[in-house]
Design a protein around this ligand. Structure first.
Ligand SMILES: Cc1cc2nc3c(=O)[nH]c(=O)nc-3n(C[C@H](O)[C@H](O)[C@H](O)COP(=O)(O)OP(=O)(O)OC[C@H]3O[C@@H](n4cnc5c(N)ncnc54)[C@H](O)[C@@H]3O)c2cc1C
Length: 400
């Protein structure tokens, strides 16, 4: 397939740019330029072949997209350790990456929020020094193992477990649907100890009994690699266990960071679909005039830009609250859920506006649309985030 020329123009209907600092705009520009140069020309081809573009790992490391939340001394951007990036910059990075492809943003989200952040927040100083710089630079790729074959939305019932064996523990069990697992050097794994408490362990490639089979046959996130983590009596040194967290709050704390990035990211995909549909509607003629001149197509475009604008403002406000340390996980849930819903609808409408061309790889729309079917499901399904909001406003638990 011929490389696509990326002519994206970012919609900004309510002049949200005026709310951004010069530094935030510079960071966005550098990631946007990277996507135009390195992602847009190749991503359709990788997605069609269901292949992970491994070169992006080093590129994203060089660009500073991996550890925005960890302090500069460990190779990160300094979000949570003082000095450096703010959460709006982090959000803008994710928006621009997902404008390219949800799989590319997933790689950055997993590495930064689900692997580096827990090692920094819950790990020992030795673990931080050993793993963080190599993960920040993209020399190593990491993955996050929470979901199991029989326990997705209800991770507290997980079966993966470890038993004490002197200077190490013996880990058994399996994780499923793990982004990047087939290419990862390290896996942050959540498992139960002998008392039934959830703890985090860093499992390294090469440990005996540890395998990462690839998941085949996905129609979504095809340019992202997904696999299992299988533990068959794996000896994990005790020094690889996180000393500073126990219980579900460990994995949930990381997921709040990653879900924040998704709220921004999917709006990037929606912006790409809107921009594509708008341009197409002015160029494509039927019944003697551009299809953009018909009311039915204008309704779609008007609703798209309305929802994009609302989500941009919600994300911006959430970014301010995150930077001030005032955002709640429930607010993040609302933003993730809303953004996924509007982005999914926008991509579906854009696909229809492109008619038959909408199903081809000539345009990015169908790829975004299919990708978002994963994003609306992972890191808490659409239903689960609704239940979180429902519980927050009523004080009543409808999960069980
Ligand atoms: C491409 C991809 C990449 C992923 N990457 C990772 C990763 O890197 N690491 C990781 O750990 N996981 C990952 N996941 C897993 C993802 O987080 C889970 O798929 C998700 O949490 C849902 O779990 P499940 O698939 O088991 O669905 P289930 O939990 O079985 O849910 C099935 C349906 O039941 C609904 N449901 C469940 N409970 C309730 C309830 N109480 N009330 C009402 N409805 C309910 C759900 O909303 C859903 O519609 C990934 C998934 C995908 C598809």
């Amino acid at each position: 397939m011929a490389a696509r020329t990326d002519v994206f123009q970012s919609p900004d209907y309510f002049l949200v740019d005026e709310l951004l600092t010069e530094e935030q705009k510079l960071i966005r520009e550098s990631v946007r330029n990277y996507v135009k140069k390195e992602i847009s020309p190749i991503i359709e081809d990788y997605a069609q072949r269901a292949e992970f573009p491994q070169q992006i790992v080093k590129q994203l490391g060089d660009l500073g997209c991996f550890g925005p939340t960890v302090p500069v001394e460990y190779g990160g951007g300094g979000l949570d350790g003082g000095g450096g990036l703010d959460y709006i910059s982090y959000g803008l990075m994710m928006q621009e990456l997902e404008r390219g492809d949800s799989g590319v943003r997933s790689t950055a989200s997993v590495q930064g929020s689900l692997v580096m952040f827990p090692i920094y927040a819950y790990g020992s100083e030795a673990q931080r020094k050993k793993f963080l710089p190599k993960l920040a630079s993209g020399e190593w790729l990491g993955c996050f193992g929470l979901t199991e074959p029989n326990h997705g939305s209800d991770p507290s019932s997980m079966l993966t477990n470890f038993k004490d064996a002197g200077d190490h523990v013996i880990l058994n069990g399996a994780k499923m649907w793990i982004s990047n697992s087939p290419f990862s050097q390290v896996a942050v794994v959540w498992a139960k100890n002998e008392s039934g408490d959830i703890q985090g362990l860093i499992v390294e490639r090469g440990m005996e009994g540890f395998t990462t089979p690839t998941t085949h046959g996905k129609w979504s996130l095809r340019a992202s690699s997904t696999g299992e983590l299988v533990f068959d009596n794996v000896k994990v040194p005790k020094e690889n266990i996180f000393p500073n967290v126990k219980g579900l709050k460990g994995p949930l704390g990381c997921l709040t960071k990653a879900r924040y990035g998704i709220a921004w990211g999917v709006i990037g995909a929606a912006m790409d679909c809107y921009d594509t549909a708008l341009r197409y509607s002015k160029e494509r003629e039927q019944f003697g005039k551009p299809i953009g001149g018909f009311q039915l197509q204008q309704k779609k475009l008007a609703e798209m830009i309305t929802e994009i604008t609302k989500a941009q403002l919600l994300n911006w406000r959430l970014g301010v609250l995150m930077s001030e340390g005032r955002a709640t996980p429930q607010q993040v849930s609302m933003a993730k859920r809303n953004a996924c819903e509007v982005a999914t609808n926008i991509c579906r409408d854009a696909r229809q506006m492109l008619g038959g061309m909408g199903i081809t790889g000539e345009y990015p729309v169908m790829r975004h649309m299919m990708n978002l079917e994963s994003v609306i499901t992972y890191e808490g399904t659409h239903d689960i985030h609704l239940l979180i909001t429902g519980m927050d406003v009523t004080g009543l638990n409808a999960f069980k």
